[in-house]
Design a protein around this ligand. Structure first.
Ligand code: URA
Length: 240
């Protein structure tokens, strides 16, 4: 197995075991000691890449500090601010978008432009608000002219998103748009095929749905998003 594939496999084992431990699942040795053993597996055999690896007990503040004044990809050249993500560090629901737009870049906050205002309405329709969920993106710096992030830009940023998700350990991840769904699910399938049913990411339920910016251009698709959102509400036991 290539180092990269081995690292990925180890990361999945670590996260799954840690998730089982948090869920207090029995029948496996999910003790803190066993998790630590698995965390230490790669030592000396597989190099821990910068920004990757076990995220077990680190905080969002630590991850933000590690990100620093990031210059790991070319997107840093055009950005005003890094948009790390915001919300409840213990959220049961995390929304993952694509990348900051103009207003997000100016403010340093995710989803505060027109698409963000629609996302706020979706969150309100779920009987939640921003303080109860966490909102972040696949890339943390605005791509020029709002183009889709390139694969190498995604690759540079993804380890930090993975660590954020592991630190929050939500019950559900809702990906917004095709870039977020395809990146986390490692598939090329179109969003129209992926949306509407739960997938799994590192033992966490993942619901892909359309991006609010797409809904602004195609309001007739809002009905499908509402169907997706209702499935998340049912799973989180939020009454309609
Ligand atoms: N679109 C996104 O994908 N993310 C944001 O933060 C804003 C718009």
């Amino acid at each position: 197995m290539k180092n990269h594939a081995l690292e990925q496999a180890l990361e999945e084992v670590r996260h799954t075991l840690d998730y089982w431990r948090r869920q207090e699942i029995t029948g496996f040795d999910c003790s803190a000691e066993a998790v630590k053993t698995v965390m230490d597996w790669p030592a000396g055999t597989v190099r821990k890449k910068e920004g990757s690896g076990p995220a077990a007990e680190e905080s969002l503040e630590e991850i933000r500090a590690d990100l620093g004044d990031c210059r790991r990809c070319r997107l840093h050249r055009g950005r005003s601010r890094i948009v790390f993500g915001e919300g409840n560090p213990r959220a049961g629901l995390v929304f993952v978008g694509e990348g900051p737009g103009y207003e997000e870049d100016r403010s340093g906050r995710p989803f505060v432009g027109p698409a963000g205002r629609l996302l706020d309405k979706i969150i309100a329709a779920m009987k939640l608000d921003r303080s109860r969920v966490y909102i972040c993106n696949i890339v943390k710096c605005r791509p020029p002219a709002n183009r889709a992030p390139a694969q190498d830009e995604i690759d540079a940023c993804l380890p930090f998103l993975k660590r954020q998700l592991a630190a929050i350990s939500p019950e559900v991840i809702c990906t917004l748009g095709s870039v977020a769904a395809r990146t986390l699910l490692q598939t090329r399938s179109p969003i129209s095929v992926l949306r509407g049913r739960f997938h799994q990411w590192m033992g966490i339920k993942l619901m892909p749905t359309f991006h609010p910016a797409y809904l602004l251009r195609n309001p007739e698709r809002k009905r499908e998003v509402w169907e997706d959102v209702k499935k998340i509400m049912a799973f989180l036991k939020i009454p309609l």
